[in-house]
Design a binder for this molecule. Structure first.
Ligand SMILES: [Zn+2]
Length: 416
């Protein structure tokens, strides 16, 4: 066994333990250890508690004694991103903000298809490098686990290229990248066949290959008028479920329908939900499917937020993710976006912080992270403040001064 390490003292250690998975949360439910310490070994948490007591109980532990006041939180988990892509859509963004419509932008050569073209042009190494760069940018903001989707290849070989690039990027970054296949992102306009035939080909040829090559255990689809209908997706999800994949859905972004499919297929999460009405909210609240809000997409498109308050009050689980992508959500700053969503939707600190830690872990089916407790991964960030409320109050401008992943210090801006 690796030597014990003791880190602290933290003015406040928020363990994110003992919070219910579903429904509204109040800040009084947060477990806060004052003058806390973290005892870690082999990349995992061995104990949490008062720093001085832990030091006395474990005299052999190597101490990382901090100066100044710090708040310690579990590493953030961004459960929905598209950070593997080629090109940039800065021109799209400028056109959209100068009043051009989606169709006008598409006609001018923009839109998702532009990213598909640029991603296909890029070789695997280029995509890997870009993914590494963006994942490391997220790491500096405290994100130690992030999901990354394919979906800009839209052919068997190009989707596999993307998932291999994500896999290689995962080997090169301290954080954990969780791959998801989004080959059903949109219908590729160069495909010689119908939407149904495209999805059949994915089910028959791509899904078994993903399993065989261990490229992902998650399948996503964009259910929307501009992409695929619930009826078109159903047989594809059926095939994915039979092969044992977890299902996740881009649901109810502009029109409803996706969240019902998510619930029917017992999807692990339904993401977006900006257009969800009381009917969909009720459905999600009664299900095991986690509702994931993507404030970055609302900010990028200048449209309404996911009804997070209503989802929580109705009893749903709410995760918050950045949706970092080149088109609608170029910012890629989870903490900033989560703080802004909290201000607009009137979410407690506990609800926002759970949405990017313990509840986000559940949205990815990860049972080993999202809180700081015995046996959990030693993934955590330190913020230079004496009060955890300062973190969301600063709306993302207070960044972590240290980030630890699997018990290793992987980012350090701390000044003694
Ligand atoms: Zn997305």
């Amino acid at each position: 066994m690796e030597a014990l390490q003791l880190i602290g003292p933290f003015k406040q250690l928020l363990t994110m333990e003992a919070l219910p998975l579903k429904g509204a949360l109040s800040d009084s439910q947060l477990w806060i250890i004052e003058d806390g310490g973290l005892l870690i070994s082999d990349g995992k948490v061995m104990a949490t508690g008062n720093y001085a007591s832990l030091k006395k109980e474990h005299p052999s532990a190597k101490c990382h004694e901090l100066t100044g006041a710090h708040v310690c939180l579990p590493g953030f988990i961004d459960a929905h991103t598209h950070i593997c892509f080629g090109g940039s859509r800065a021109n799209d963004y400028a056109l959209r903000n100068s009043g051009k419509t989606y169709l006008e932008i598409a006609r001018a050569g923009g839109g998702i298809w532009d990213t598909v073209t640029q991603t296909r042009k890029a070789d695997k190494e280029t995509l890997t490098k870009k993914t590494v760069k963006l994942a490391n940018r997220h790491l500096k903001t405290g994100v130690t686990t992030l999901e990354v989707k394919s979906g800009y290849g839209l052919s068997l070989n190009e989707e596999i290229k993307m998932l291999q690039a994500i896999q290689e990027a995962n080997n090169e970054v301290p954080s954990d990248l969780i791959p998801t296949c989004l080959a059903a992102h949109m219908f590729p306009k160069d495909y010689a066949g119908t939407k149904t035939e495209y999805l059949q080909e994915l089910a028959q040829k791509l899904l078994p290959k993903l399993k065989a090559e261990n490229l992902t255990n998650r399948i996503d689809a964009f259910i929307e008028e501009s992409a695929f209908s619930p009826d078109e997706i159903a047989p594809y999800f059926e095939a994915a479920k039979q092969l044992g994949f977890d299902i996740t859905v881009h649901a109810d972004q502009f029109s409803t329908g996706g969240s019902k499919v998510a619930v029917d297929f017992d999807a692990i999460s339904a993401d977006h939900l900006e257009a969800s009405t009381d009917i969909e909210i009720e459905l999600l609240a009664k299900s095991n499917t986690i509702a994931t809000a993507l404030p970055g997409a609302s900010l990028g498109l200048g449209c309404n937020f996911t009804p997070a308050r209503k989802l929580l009050d109705t009893g749903a689980t709410l995760a918050i993710a950045s949706d970092h992508n080149p088109g609608s959500a170029p910012m890629g700053d989870l903490l900033t976006q989560a703080a802004i969503l909290g201000a607009f939707e009137k979410l407690s600190n506990a609800e926002v912080l759970a949405g990017i830690t313990v509840r986000a872990a559940a949205a990815l089916g990860l049972k080993d992270r999202g809180k700081l407790a015995k046996g959990y991964l030693a993934d955590f960030s330190l913020f230079h403040t004496d009060n955890y409320q300062e973190i969301l109050y600063n709306q993302g401008n207070l960044k972590p001064c240290m980030v630890w992943k699997n018990g290793n210090l992987v980012y350090n801006k701390h000044k003694a």
